[in-house]
Unconditional design. Structure first.
Length: 337
């Protein structure tokens, strides 16, 4: 049979089989989650009926693990049974369990004791379609704390919004993080890096860079030309954010924030707004990624500008999670006092 007939035939059958496999996987995932939830409910019910005394609880789980493993194979370790128990305790209304997430997602989420933080990561896992690996990466880089600290004066409403909705992109500042974390590049923190080398490294890891930037980003290109009065300038990196309907122009600086970088980026934004934007696009957004910045320079450099320009630090290593958590807790305590 000729290839011009065989190829469409194979592709059509492949589409049907892929769809069927995806449907089966979704059904299996849903049934698995509901089964684990019910197992957790049974364990709690026996405990509450005093059928399992507290002092024998761990021993009982070990015995239960042995019996279930003998009968059904892997998946019923003591730690997994403990997760099932906690799964039920934390999601006692079965309808609050999202079948868009896997059991592995929930095991990661259940390791988070702070309910607001757990709710944020759960919402973002669903909204951004994170894999388990991506969820782990965002947990390890303290995305929740970085987002809160990026908003300046944290207030109770900010915490509640993140917990209930995840990252809600309704205005440009919603997408900004400080710092951005580029640990995936594997670059040493103290070794000098040229801006062109940093740009090249980010492009080589574009999928991970997009994950760090956040939801809804599409890559447009690097060194995008801007021509003013027959003089050519080049924007380091250009993206488009679909939820905000805006071009996002990123300038990479391997030094601390300098005021002249703000003026240059402001010119690029004005050019994009007048020459590149379609009628349905919102004003473009500019982000200067630098190794350091101080509050006074930022205030004077960005003050009074009508453009959406933000300055954020970046780091090549995962920030100290405990320090970030302590900083958030300190700020939160201030608005509680």
């Amino acid at each position: 049979m000729p290839n011009n007939i065989m190829n469409p035939l194979v592709n059509e059958i492949k589409t049907i089989l892929d769809l069927a496999r995806n449907n089966v996987a979704r059904v299996i995932n849903k049934e698995l989650l509901m089964s684990y939830w019910k197992i957790g409910e049974i364990i709690i019910r026996y405990e509450q009926n005093d059928s399992i005394r507290a002092e024998y609880g761990e021993k009982t789980l070990k015995q239960l693990s042995k019996e279930l493993t003998k009968e059904f194979g892997r998946g019923f370790s003591v730690s997994n049974l403990q997760f099932m128990r906690r799964f039920y305790l934390e999601y006692q209304i079965q309808q609050t369990v999202s079948v868009k997430l896997s059991w592995s997602h929930y095991c990661e989420l259940l390791s988070i004791s702070d309910k607001d933080k757990r709710s944020f990561y759960e919402k973002e896992s669903i909204n951004s379609n994170w894999s388990v690996r991506e969820l782990k990466r965002q947990l390890n880089t303290s995305l929740y704390e970085r987002l809160l600290l990026s908003k300046g004066d944290i207030n109770k409403q900010e915490v509640l919004n993140l917990a209930s909705k995840g990252m809600e992109l309704s205005k440009p500042s919603d997408m900004i993080k400080d710092p951005y974390v580029f640990e995936f590049l594997g670059l040493p923190e103290n070794k000098p890096v040229m801006e062109s080398d940093l740009e090249k490294a980010l492009i080589e890891q574009i999928e991970k860079f997009l994950l760090e930037l956040g939801r809804g980003f599409m890559f447009v290109g690097t060194q995008q030309r801007v021509t003013v009065n027959n003089t050519h300038y080049y924007v380091d990196m250009v993206f488009y954010n679909k939820p905000l309907k805006s071009y996002v122009l990123i300038e990479l600086k391997t030094t601390k924030l300098m005021p002249e970088a703000v003026g240059q980026l402001n010119m690029y934004l004005n050019y994009y707004e007048n020459e590149i934007n379609d009628k349905d696009d919102n004003k473009p957004i500019g982000i200067i990624l630098c190794t350091d910045k101080d509050a006074l320079t930022v205030e004077y450099a960005l003050g009074g500008l009508s453009s959406n320009i933000f300055a954020s630090k970046y780091t090549y290593y995962i920030p100290d999670k405990e320090k970030l958590i302590a900083e958030v807790e300190r700020v939160v305590r201030n608005w509680n006092d």
